[in-house]
Design a protein around this ligand. Structure first.
Ligand code: HEM
Length: 180
């Protein structure tokens, strides 16, 4: 007789004081744990104009030396009402000794990125190591992502993009607040 497995016994923690205890290597990114929500503005020279959007970002861990990262964005109209779903990403941020970070991030648009960079407790700065594209994905060559934690519980996010023949330049900036 088939015996199904019980519920997954190792739930993720979304706060530093929640079990399981965070791995020591997560020290430089502990301030990111949890769910963040806010608004941003985007642009790119190939687009007709700039746009405003809302974004939700979640970081969690299961006691091992990596973060689970997930984000969903949606475009806003001039009255701040939802216009349509936009970018989604998920992945893994692997913490190394000395605050080095290796991030693996995938998108439903056929883009898979490996980024490398550093975390120092208040900022995380990641730049492309390699991009892999599904056969029908748009051409993306590189990104740079900077996350900065301010004292008042605000997380700012700046995203530069080299894609569709354009050099690396600003695509997105957002300000997010931690959700309780
Ligand atoms: C908060 C996250 C993001 C938002 C809100 C966003 C928003 C947008 C919007 C509104 C467009 C115009 C096309 C459309 O309406 O869909 C666009 C284009 C594009 N985005 Fe983003 N984006 C985000 C993240 C990213 C990321 C992470 C990448 C790459 C790693 C990326 C790469 C591109 C590319 C390649 C284009 C197409 C440009 C073109 O074909 O001219 N975006 N984005």
């Amino acid at each position: 007789m088939f015996d199904p497995a019980p519920e997954y016994p190792y739930p993720d923690a979304h706060r530093p004081d929640e079990a399981p205890a965070p791995h020591a290597l997560l020290g430089p990114v502990l301030g990111l744990l949890g769910t963040w929500r806010g608004r941003g503005r985007g642009e790119y020279p190939t687009l007709a104009g700039d746009f405003t959007y809302a974004q939700e970002v979640t970081f969690s861990h299961d006691g091992r030396p990596f973060l689970h990262y997930e984000t969903r964005a949606w475009l806003l109209d001039a009255d701040d009402a939802p216009l349509r779903p936009s970018a989604r990403e998920s992945g893994w941020w692997r913490l190394q000794p000395d605050g080095r970070v290796e991030a693996l991030i995938t998108q439903p648009t056929g883009i898979a990125e490996i980024l490398v960079g550093r975390a120092d407790g208040t900022t995380v700065d990641l730049a492309t190591h390699e991009v892999a594209l599904a056969p029908t994905a748009k051409e993306v060559n590189a990104t740079r992502r900077r996350y900065t934690l301010a004292d008042d519980g605000t997380l700012t996010f700046v995203h530069d993009l080299a894609a569709v023949g354009q050099p690396l330049q600003h695509h997105l900036s957002a300000q997010l607040r931690r959700q309780v």
